[in-house]
Design a protein around this ligand. Structure first.
Ligand code: SAH
Length: 213
């Protein structure tokens, strides 16, 4: 069963009221059923604007944060996007509607397998999933026009800055993992990197190595 018109309307209303106004982002979010990415106990809350627990002790982000991050990323249809932290796969699925290709990296095999199964079911063939420690990025596929990180690091990881193309944009939460973090946007120019702060957020930490679960 897919989501109802009423569930869709309520979610879109929540997105708009939190500042997600970009038409392309709203259309992408309207076309991806979040219920497919939330399993078990919390399935009945899939359309609430709230983060929810997923497997391996991780979380699917709050829809309005997914919307704001996607909006800040200013994705173009020809872009190749790198996502760090596949988690449920929801953010990658939204990106797949807006970008040419999405490379998404996750450190838990179970999450890679589960999200890949949903991408297959939805026919999202422009997403490639990778099981690896994403803090090193994907040098063999760089440079990327856009990079999005959905786990918090204290600073933007150096390899990711290096793999961002000139003119590229990276959106990521930075700060201590047990405190409120700041969502920042990094733009790479010919001269270097420009940073701006977007809003306070709370994400699970970016960890090293593969997950053992
Ligand atoms: N974008 C996700 C939210 C994921 S939560 C969604 O839409 O559901 C953050 C994810 O980042 C977790 O699944 C966690 O396992 C993963 N993660 C943390 N550190 C990582 C690393 N170094 N490399 C790859 N994935 C990482």
């Amino acid at each position: 069963m897919s989501w109802t018109a009423e569930q869709k309307m309520r979610l879109l209303f929540a997105l708009r009221s939190k500042g997600v106004t970009d038409k392309r982002v709203l259309t992408a979010m309207e076309s991806v059923d979040r219920g497919l990415f939330v399993q078990g106990l919390f399935a009945d809350r899939a359309y609430d604007d709230t983060p929810l627990p997923i497997a391996c002790g991780q979380t699917i982000s709050q829809p309005s944060i997914v919307g704001l991050m996607t909006q800040a990323l200013e994705v173009n249809p020809r872009d190749k996007v790198l996502e760090l932290g596949t988690g449920s796969g929801y953010q990658a699925a939204i990106l797949s509607q807006l970008a040419r290709r999405v490379y998404t990296v996750e450190r838990f095999k179970r999450l890679v397998d589960q999200s890949q199964a949903v991408f297959d079911r939805l026919g999202m063939t422009n997403i490639t999933t990778f099981l690896s420690d994403g803090s090193h990025g994907l040098p063999e596929h760089a440079p990327f026009e856009r990079i999005i990180v959905t786990a918090a690091a204290e600073d933007p990881p150096g390899p990711l800055l290096a793999q961002l193309g000139i003119g590229g944009i990276m959106v990521l939460p930075v700060g201590q993992s047990d405190a409120v973090q700041t969502l920042i946007r990094v733009r790479r120019t010919e001269q270097g990197y420009d940073y701006d702060e977007l809003c306070p957020v709370r994400f699970v930490p970016l960890l090293e190595g593969l997950g053992r679960e």
